[in-house]
Structure formats: C-alpha cells, structure tokens
Design a protein around this ligand. Structure first.
Ligand code: AHN
Ligand code: ZN
Length: 332
C-alpha cells in the first residue's frame, strides 16, 4: 500500500515536471501522452538474471549440433516449465548458407496462455560458430555471453518475476528463444538475411499456434554489456515506431535514458530476428540492441573470443529487465 502511494506520486511528479513550462494546449497533449496505468511492476532481480546468463555460458558455446547446445536447450525448457509457463518446442532443420543441416529448436514459453491480447518477447539462444571478428581466434566458436545469453537471461528473469510475484500483467506474454540466429555471413550468404535469423524465419512462416498474432514484439540482442547504449534501431523505427517510443518513454520516466538513448535520429538498420517477424508474421517488433552512439557499431567484443562473462554488467541487465516489466504492466 505504502509502495503504491509512492508510485502514484512518482507518476504525478513525472507528469508535472514534463508540463511545467508548456502552454495549456501543450499541457493537455503531454498529459494525454504520458498518462499510464498507475501500476508498478514487481522488482527485476539483476543478480538472478546474471546467474541465468552465467548458467548458459557454463554449457560452453551453444553452437547448433553440439552437446552444449542440446543441453542448454533442455535447460531452457526445464526453467520455463519450472516457472509455470506453458512450453512449446518447435523442432526444425535449418539449412545454413554453407549448406549444413542444423538440428534446431525454437523454445516458446507462454504466460496467461488464454489472454487474447499478447505481447511477444524474444532473444536468440544459440551462439556463433566462428569468432570471425577476432584478430586471432577467428575459427573458434563465440562464447556469446552478451551475444545470445544476455537477452535470454533477462527474459528468464522476467518470466520468474512475473510468475512468482503473485501479480500478473493483464496481457498475455509469449517468450520466444529463437535458435540458429548467428550462423550468418553477410558477405558470403546470398539470401536477404545474410544467412542469419534461421529460427525466426522458421517461426514467422510456421507460428507455434495456428493463426497466432500479437499486439507487438520486443527483441533483445546484446543487452548485458557495461555502459550499453540502445539506439532507436532503424528497422524498428520503420516497422514499429510507436512501440519504440513507448519503451523509450517508459525508460526515460524511470531514469534509464543513459541506456535507452534518444539522439533525435534513427540508428542504423540491423538485420536481426525482428525482421522476419515484421515482414512475414506482420507483428510490429522492435530490437533493443547495443549500438555505440559515436559509430552505430556493435559492442567492442562482438563476434570475438572476448564475448565472455567479464562483459556482463548487472546494472545493464536491470535497466532492460525493469523497463520491459514496466512496459508490460502498463498494458491493459
Ligand atoms: C548482421 O551482422 C547483419 N546482423 C547481426 C545480427 C546479429 C548477430 N545479432 C547478433 N549476432
Ligand atoms: Zn552474433
């Protein structure tokens, strides 16, 4: 109760601060834009999220057709079940640009499975078979603490928090762990996705429930590095600008705008798992992805042998998880 009063005061203060030096007309518009359900999401536990990232990394590189990959997939399924999610596993064979066949699995965990209004949250759970951006270890697999495990870790902790807090959001939520995202090669692959995003392409064409759709989607990619900055990624701004702005405004109200950066311009357009979801499944999905403000490029250890736990920062996991939880609890 005490907490609730604090929360309402917080939102009121936010609205007053925003409107204080504006005209009446602007005031009304602003108030309408900032009006949100006065519900505060339960607390996202960054230590727990960090543990889920570390656990995935401990299996070794999650490269498709390896034992580490199989075991990690089994672990993700077991975790979602333990949290009380309805779990659907999509088994499929993915063909890579270099013509290998991968035994792949998209793993879906549903919360409020019967709610008609649904939001999809996704991240890829595989890791890249070659650290081709490394100056020495070019043929070694990527550990993928940030590129892969961080997004899945945040989503697992969100699922745990929602299911164990005793207060569910009004909307239904589908967590999707896409497989076989990272086997691509932008130079060598001939297809429109550069060989990337095989799991999301499969899901967009073969959804886990016939006729499935969602109100919107959020993809997490490289959301764990210290000092991460998330620019308003170009494809997200093209396909789902209202979702981008909703999330960025929520972040700003919560004081997380050093992570959710608004430069006033769209960032670079990235080929990622949100693209088939937008183009083929026609669900407006954004990508929260670490892009450097100065250069628009990926975090420094991207696709190198150094994408390990040393990169993972609890503060970044907390910012992403708490902003997303709040976004979900604001929906009705
Ligand atoms: C490209 O490099 C074209 N897309 C990056 C997608 C990706 C790979 N995200 C994580 N790893
Ligand atoms: Zn990658």
């Amino acid at each position: 109760m005490r907490l609730n009063r604090k929360i309402i005061l917080f939102w009121l203060a936010a609205v007053i601060t925003v409107s204080s030096c504006k005209s009446k007309k602007q005031d009304q518009q602003e108030n309408q834009a900032t009006e949100v359900k006065a519900v505060t999401a339960p607390a996202f536990n960054a230590d727990s999220a960090y543990g889920y990232v570390a656990k995935q990394v401990a299996f070794g590189p999650r490269v498709p057709n390896t034992d580490a990959h199989r075991r990690c997939g089994d672990y993700l399924i077991a975790q979602l079940k333990q949290f009380g999610c309805e779990v659907t596993v999509q088994n499929f064979t993915a063909t890579t640009y270099d013509n290998l066949k991968l035994n792949a699995r998209n793993i879906i965990g549903s919360i409020n499975p019967n709610a008609p209004k649904r939001i999809v949250l996704a991240s890829h759970w595989d890791s890249r078979p070659f650290a081709d951006q490394d100056s020495v270890a070019r043929t070694k697999p990527v550990i993928g603490a940030n590129d892969g495990a961080s997004g899945v870790g945040v989503l697992l902790e969100m699922a745990r928090t929602i299911q164990q807090s005793g207060v569910k959001p009004d909307v239904g939520i589908d967590l999707i762990f896409f497989d076989a995202e990272d086997w691509g090669n932008s130079e060598l692959a001939k297809d429109e996705y550069g060989g990337f995003c095989l799991g999301s392409q499969y899901w967009a064409a073969n959804k886990h429930k016939p006729g499935y759709t969602a109100y919107y989607g959020v993809l997490l990619d490289m959301v764990g590095a210290k000092g991460a900055t998330f620019l308003k990624e170009g494809n997200s701004m093209q396909y789902a600008p209202t979702v981008v702005n909703k999330v960025w405004e929520t972040a700003s109200r919560m004081g997380y705008n050093q992570y959710f950066v608004d430069t006033g311009q769209s960032g670079p357009a990235i080929t990622d798992d949100h693209l088939p979801v937008n183009k083929v499944a026609k669900i407006p999905m954004i990508d929260i992805i670490h892009l450097k403000v100065e250069s628009g490029s990926f975090f420094k250890d991207w696709h190198t042998a150094h994408d390990d736990m040393d990169n993972i920062d609890r503060g970044t996991l907390k910012a992403v998880g708490q902003v997303l939880l709040q976004t979900l609890y604001n929906e009705e």
